[in-house]
Design a protein around this ligand. Structure first.
Ligand code: AP5
Length: 215
């Protein structure tokens, strides 16, 4: 199954993608995670991406679509994928459609998770990340031991772009450049909307129930 997760920063895309990936046994592809791995590794791409990410701006479309194109060629994508954070602009969505068409595939479902801006600022300032990919929240989804990942025992960290001013810029960019994608995919009859302000497990259940109905 080819799934896209849409939604503002902090809507819970990464949180839901991790569960959906384990349940549906298809890879979770996060362009944000790919950029962060390059930043950590000090690659040229990482140096370029950091300039945009730290100021809350989007990495240029051509750079981002190249990364996705090469990731889609990996073997684990043969039976589908969950795209988290891509596409994020109308040009990216068009390039993605063309890319998939060349592979004989298409987007099948777009899961749009909605959350109000005021909730997002609070959520992202309490987010804690692990380099293994797990995401926690100090109040809503705390690790068993404070500051330590439940799965790999590494120390948790705060993302550089989770500062209040950067979060506000990311939200501005989301409303201007990414939210038009909801209508883009609605026009293709692919969008399913979910209220991301409900508890994590409730949203997961609602998404899985809706996906079952598309089988
Ligand atoms: P990216 O990493 O994709 O960040 P984002 O889209 O801003 O989304 P987040 O990861 O912040 O939030 P999320 O929705 O995954 O929420 P999460 O599950 O963590 O992108 C980062 C940057 O990379 C971009 O700003 C851009 O610069 C660049 N980039 C990436 N893709 C790009 C592209 N295609 N084009 C150009 N540039 C690109 O949850 C957030 C917190 O809330 C967590 O603490 C979680 O535990 C908690 N939480 C989750 N769900 C709930 C719930 N239901 N109730 C309570 N708490 C919850």
């Amino acid at each position: 199954m080819q799934i896209i997760l849409l939604g503002p920063p902090g809507a819970g895309k990464g949180t839901q993608a991790a569960v959906l990936s384990a349940t549906l046994k298809i890879p979770h592809i996060s362009t944000g995670d790919i950029f962060r791995a390059h930043i950590k590794g000090g690659t040229n791409l990482g140096v370029l991406a950091k300039r945009y990410i730290d100021s809350g701006k989007l990495v240029p479309d051509d750079v981002t679509t190249d990364i996705v194109a090469s990731r889609l060629n990996e073997e684990d994508c043969a039976s589908g994928f969950i795209m988290d954070g891509f596409p994020r602009t109308i040009p990216q969505a068009r390039m993605f459609d063309e890319m998939l068409e060349r592979l004989g595939k298409k987007v099948e479902v777009v899961i749009n998770i909605t959350v109000e801006d005021s909730i997002i600022v609070k959520r992202l300032s309490g987010r804690r990340m692990c380099s293994c990919g797990r995401t926690y929240h100090i109040d809503n989804n705390p690790p068993k031991t404070e500051g330590v990942c439940d799965v790999c025992n590494r120390s948790l960290y705060i993302r550089d772009d989770d500062k209040e001013e950067t979060i506000k810029e990311r939200l501005k960019i989301y409303h201007k450049q990414t939210s038009p994608l909801v209508d883009y995919y609605q026009g293709k009859g692919l969008t399913m909307n979910f209220d991301g302000s409900k508890p994590i497990e409730v949203t997961t259940r609602e998404i899985l129930d809706s996906l079952k109905k598309t089988d």
